[in-house]
Design a protein around this ligand. Structure first.
Ligand SMILES: Nc1ncnc2c1ncn2[C@@H]1O[C@H](COP(=O)(O)OP(=O)(O)O)[C@@H](O)[C@H]1O
Ligand SMILES: [Mg+2]
Ligand SMILES: [Zn+2]
Length: 507
């Protein structure tokens, strides 16, 4: 009987599903049938596999070939099934021994001359395979480094189909690429580069402690981008679990090259303000790829010139901000990716950009200024916890030879403050102050009596909305953690209110 079977993996979001690749060759008119909900890229595998086999000196059966990918109901996409299909076909023809030792996974796209091409999502695919007991994987040469991140799976790097066949026929192991070490997880940008900006630095630190979202407002060239880019350097390093999750997301998106593999550094993602909603939250016609919000998972999403962003794009941020994940639905099905990030927005204060506390030559009317920032839509602004007005550093600050505090020093304080919060939240479903639910703020996580009284007065004066009330409380917990107060004091609450209010322009 000319029947053979191997295994591969198909991804739905970050979840890998084991796929049985079966090939049957029977007498009949030469034909090729591919079963199992293939998408366009997968349907084209026939031509790639045929050319790759012939150009590698193998025979293509002039018979009826049926390829089945099961479970059949699961939609499958992409080109990574080329390699398993080619090998199973040769097994069915008796040209490659069927009884391969151990459980093995095959992944890779074939080019017409038989070279194996890089594919996306190898890391999450192998994690799933390992969970199901697989101990060996044949992957494209370019994916070797990433595949090696999965401990306990023997990885064979394949450059060309003939290498795979030599391995399966006679155990000949092809050369693997040299692993480059990913030990140098130093971030190149350091907070000590920033002159002055004492208030902004303070806000940055509080935001990093509690995971609060930030808005920078200030004229161009005052260091907004500079400050934002340095936030990852003061955030705590990622946990082992988060490292794998973040790397897996970047593996699927094909953006691993921009990141050190298994980096402990929280990602920093800065989509341009002309970006589209699908690029922001994810999408695509066939395979649904993660967008900027997921690439920023466990890190920072920075949007410069935020008022210039399309309304739809900013509004698309609301789902991930609320739930920490995004669900994208397409005809082929729906996919959910994690998307828990610190949102950092930067905005010019007015259309001309020159409005400033020092009263420079801004020509905009009050109305125009107000309208400009209103582009940031109420619901989104409401989710911003801390607003910082940034002005140019003074001449003295710029001229000073003394460097500002380094990121390492600030990060140590952030880590210490987070450890305090961690203890407080033991057994809770959230980890940082910005995520304390409103009901808990009302009883368990109140500030000192005088602080609460102060907030109630602000409420009475209508200087604070109910949502603002909760935000200020959350921020005051972050301030208390940074100052070693067991419970927020009145001073902590007052500072929190100032951070929340930023500037009057937005009132
Ligand atoms: N506080 C500062 N300390 C040192 N250099 C600064 C500062 N603010 C601005 N600069 C210089 O100006 C450049 C532009 O800053 P940038 O962060 O891009 O401004 P913005 O995003 O506010 O337009 C920086 O690359 C840096 O060289
Ligand atoms: Mg900028
Ligand atoms: Zn202006």
């Amino acid at each position: 009987m000319a029947l053979a079977q191997t295994s591969s993996v198909s991804l739905t979001g970050l979840t890998g599903n084991l796929i049985d690749v079966e090939v049957d060759i029977s007498d009949g008119l030469p034909s090729y049938i591919l079963l199992g909900l293939p998408d366009a890229a997968l349907s084209e595998s026939k031509e790639r596999v045929r050319a790759a086999l012939v150009n590698s000196g193998e025979a293509w059966p002039n018979k009826k070939v049926t390829v089945s990918l099961s479970p059949a109901w699961l939609p499958k996409s992409g080109s990574s099934f080329d390699l398993p299909i080619a090998i199973t076909l040769l097994m069915a023809q008796g040209q490659v021994p069927k009884d391969q030792p151990g459980e093995c996974i095959y992944l890779g796209e074939l080019s017409l001359d038989g070279q194996l091409r890089e594919v996306h999502g190898v890391l999450p695919a192998l994690l799933a395979a390992k969970k199901s007991g697989f101990i060996r994987a044949l992957v494209p040469y370019e994916n070797y480094q990433e595949a090696k991140c999965v401990s306990g799976v023997e990885v064979i790097a394949i450059r060309h189909l003939t290498n795979a066949l030599a391995y399966l026929r006679s155990g000949q192991i092809p050369d693997s690429p040299q692993l480059f070490s990913s030990s140098s997880s130093d971030y190149l940008l350091d907070l000590c580069d920033v002159a002055g900006q004492v208030a902004a630095r303070r806000a940055l630190e509080v935001a990093a402690i509690g995971g609060h979202h930030l808005l920078f407002i200030g004229p161009p060239g005052t260091g907004k981008t500079m400050l934002a880019e340095r936030i990852p350097s003061i955030l705590p390093p990622l946990s082992e679990e988060s490292i794998l999750e973040v790397t897996a997301i970047h593996s699927i998106a094909g953006t691993l090259m921009g990141r050190e593999l298994l980096s402990k550094l929280p990602p920093f993602v800065a989509p341009h303000h002309t970006t589209t909603a699908p690029a922001m939250i994810g999408g695509g016609a066939h395979a649904i790829r993660p967008g900027a919000t997921s690439l920023a998972h466990e890190g920072v999403l920075f949007i410069d010139e935020a008022p210039e962003c399309g309304r739809g794009v900013l509004d698309s941020l609301r789902q991930p901000l609320e739930s920490g994940e995004v669900t994208i639905s397409r005809a082929v099905g729906s996919v959910t990716y994690p998307a828990r990030f610190m949102l950092v927005l930067a905005a010019n204060p007015c259309p001309c950009g020159r409005f400033s506390g020092r009263g420079r030559s801004c020509t905009c009317t009050q109305v125009a200024i107000r309208r400009y920032l209103q582009r940031l839509s109420g619901p989104l602004l409401d989710r911003i916890d801390i607003r910082v007005f940034i002005d140019s550093p003074s001449r003295i600050e710029m001229a000073s030879e003394e460097l500002g505090e380094s990121s390492a020093t600030v990060r140590e304080r952030v880590i210490a403050a987070r450890a305090i919060a961690d203890d407080r939240f033991a057994g809770c479903s959230w980890r940082v102050n910005s995520q304390i639910p409103p009901s808990q703020l009302r009883n368990r996580f109140r500030a000192e009596k005088s602080g609460m009284n102060f907030l109630h007065t602000e409420l009475d004066k209508e200087r604070l909305s109910a949502r603002g009330f909760h935000k200020v409380l959350r921020i005051s917990w972050s301030i208390a953690d940074s100052r070693g107060h067991a419970i927020p004091t009145k001073e902590d609450v007052e500072l929190a209110l100032r951070l929340r209010e930023g500037m009057e322009l937005l009132a």
